[in-house]
Write a protein that binds this ligand. Structure first.
Ligand code: ZN
Length: 361
């Protein structure tokens, strides 16, 4: 229905009905009527909407593909997300997923291997490691590559939100596809942790039901065991836990020092008093919020690769725009987030690298 399409695009552009109406010189109620399907817009109005939102006319004629809110709902429940930001994030994911879907239909797809389990989060993480072909006790070289190879669709959204790193959902019918949407602007260790946390939701919580805190805790327990398996941590995280070994473990395992401190607490290597002391130490170095980081930001590859396969290298954005019924500017905006375009440079350096001297702590 054309009204659904207009709403999708309006929310993606971060506009209220009143704001769009003002730009089109119509009343807010006429936008409301059109979105609810009571009126169809005139050809002239549709042209104006297309122009204002920078989406081609053909896009509005196509049926939207549903995209559930999934774990994005949990952010709303924790009051971490405004309705506008939630809608915009959701609409970007929905639209980008349509792009991915239209590419995937024309290239051979990967067989689904992400398990759905009713196990403890720890056991589920161990099973998932095995299913993904990862050893039980070594660092995961690239979390994003592991999940993409197992058929998870990873969407990199050209949006940054302070309180949201990622969200996930099982998308589509009859066969639902595990899907993770990543927000931009996060450090590499956070990206890896968020991917593992969302993978936990996909494996453990197909239906997002239950107490929010409980669900979040389970996804965190999954992420901890997935990234930092207990069997390996028993030899890595040994007393006394201080910042020097934590920094070394961080580099090797690609997980933040604060996450390692929590892991040590949960494995009873340290107690709560020691945890607080370590956090004070982190803050003393100004690492409470921004840790010294040398963890490269992982970027999904699958969508970019499909686009290269179909539209050449470099990607012929014009042809891709015609096939996907999207504007070149929108596609460019989305595709640059993946490891293409500005990332074509041969040596990619992480955004912020702080030099650490030994003896700093
Ligand atoms: Zn979560």
């Amino acid at each position: 229905m054309i009204g659904d399409r207009i709403r999708q695009v309006r929310e993606l552009r971060g506009l209220t009905q009143a704001q769009l109406a003002e730009r089109l010189a119509v009343t807010q109620s006429s936008i409301a009527y059109i979105e609810s399907g009571r009126f169809d817009p005139s050809d002239g109005l549709l042209d104006a909407i297309a122009l204002q939102t920078q989406f081609p006319r053909t896009f509005f004629k196509k049926e939207p593909v549903d995209f559930p809110l999934g774990s994005l709902l949990l952010f709303r429940a924790r009051l971490k997300l405004s309705a506008r930001d939630e809608a915009q994030t959701h609409r970007y994911a929905q639209t980008l997923n349509e792009v991915a879907e239209s590419l995937a239909q024309r290239v051979s797809s990967i067989t689904l291997r992400i398990p759905t389990l009713e196990e403890t989060p720890e056991r589920a993480a161990q099973i998932t490691r095995t299913t993904l072909g990862l050893s039980p006790d070594t660092p995961i070289p690239s979390v994003v590559q592991s999940v993409e190879r197992a058929g998870t669709r990873v969407l990199a959204l050209p949006l940054e939100l302070e309180d949201v790193d990622a969200f996930s959902a099982w998308v589509g019918r009859p066969t639902a596809k595990p899907t993770i949407a990543l927000m931009g602007g996060k450090p590499g260790d956070r990206v890896r942790y968020s991917l593992a946390h969302e993978l936990g939701h996909l494996v453990l919580h197909q239906a997002m039901s239950g107490a929010v805190q409980e669900i979040e805790r389970e996804a965190d327990r999954f992420a901890e065991e997935f990234l930092l398996p207990e069997v390996a941590m028993r030899t890595e995280l040994t007393a006394p836990v201080t910042l020097t070994p934590l920094l070394r473990i961080k580099k090797r395992w690609g997980v933040s020092m604060s996450a390692l401190i929590m892991r040590a607490l949960h494995l009873h290597v340290i107690n709560d008093r020691q945890r607080r002391y370590l956090y004070v130490q982190l803050n003393k170095h100004g690492w409470g919020k921004t840790e010294p980081t040398e963890i490269a930001v992982e970027r999904p590859r699958a969508i970019h690769q499909m686009a290269e396969l179909l539209y050449g290298k470099p990607i012929d954005i014009r042809r891709m725009g015609i096939d996907t019924q999207l504007s070149e500017s929108f596609l460019r905006e989305c595709l640059t987030v993946y490891s293409g375009a500005e990332l074509n440079a041969e040596h990619r350096t992480p955004a912020s690298v702080l030099k650490i001297r030994s003896g700093d702590f």
